[in-house]
Design a protein. Sequence first.
Length: 317
Amino acid sequence: MIKSVTRGAMALAVAGALGLGASAAKAEDFVFMTGPAGGSWYPLGGAIKNILEEEVPGLNVTIRPGAGLINLKGVSGGKAHMGWSLVMSAVDGINGNEPFDEKIQDVCNLGSFYDNYLQFVTTDESVNSVADLKGKALVTLPRGNTTELGARALLKTEDMNYDSLGKVNFASISDGVNMMKDGQVDAMMTITSVPNGSLLDLTNSRKVKFVEITDEQFAHLKAQNAGWQRLIVPPNSYPEQTEEVRIAGFPAHLILNCKSVSEETAYNVTKALIKRGQELGAIVKSLSTLTAERMAVDIGVPMHPGAVRAYKEAGAL
């Protein structure tokens, strides 16, 4: 009997040791770069962290704030495994176009998620177009952010730059909204989802106007970067915005480091987001109808092999 118990205890001890080893082998740190305060990427990052840690055993996700260009450089440089990106910047990066000094390396696409809109909002009734911003005060996101590049691109459509303005401020979306509320600036340009929580806050506090991007201005944007798409802000996206607003933008997508993220990890992460991505609709409304087919669309950025495997399994490729 003693021999039997001893052998059983030893077997359990060995099994436990093997179990602990297997658990340790599965543990994986995963750094995810998101976005600035006030935007959609930061809260989306927290929601994705929860999904991945629940769906992918052993994956420990660390959230870091970021921005479009910063995330591309962080993922490419191996400082992060995954990050949010905007198609316009990703295409520029892999081709080595301005503002990149050289082609970025080791960046793969995980999937496309939702459209981001260049929203140009003003509290000044005299501002009805980009050209009317001459001598006015503008706020946009800090340099190094895709939004800031978009603001410069839009000004360029009217042969304008920051010197054409009375003042330009660089701040987070939430700080920019506070500047608009306090009357420190006349207009704000930001690239984000529709509706955006910070802009909803602004429209509930001040009488504002969303300024359209004309066909001629859009043609200039498209000539600067083929990633621009014609987008429309639907009526009633914001309080007292009763008519559609024709603007421009491009999809937001998730990128992975092609080398540091294994095929298996990329497969598991993509599979988890295919399964539960619609939960993100609580933060960005359009994601409530997210599908594998939408995620798998070709955006001109090479897809990670692990993501390809997940989309094929889901019948999206």
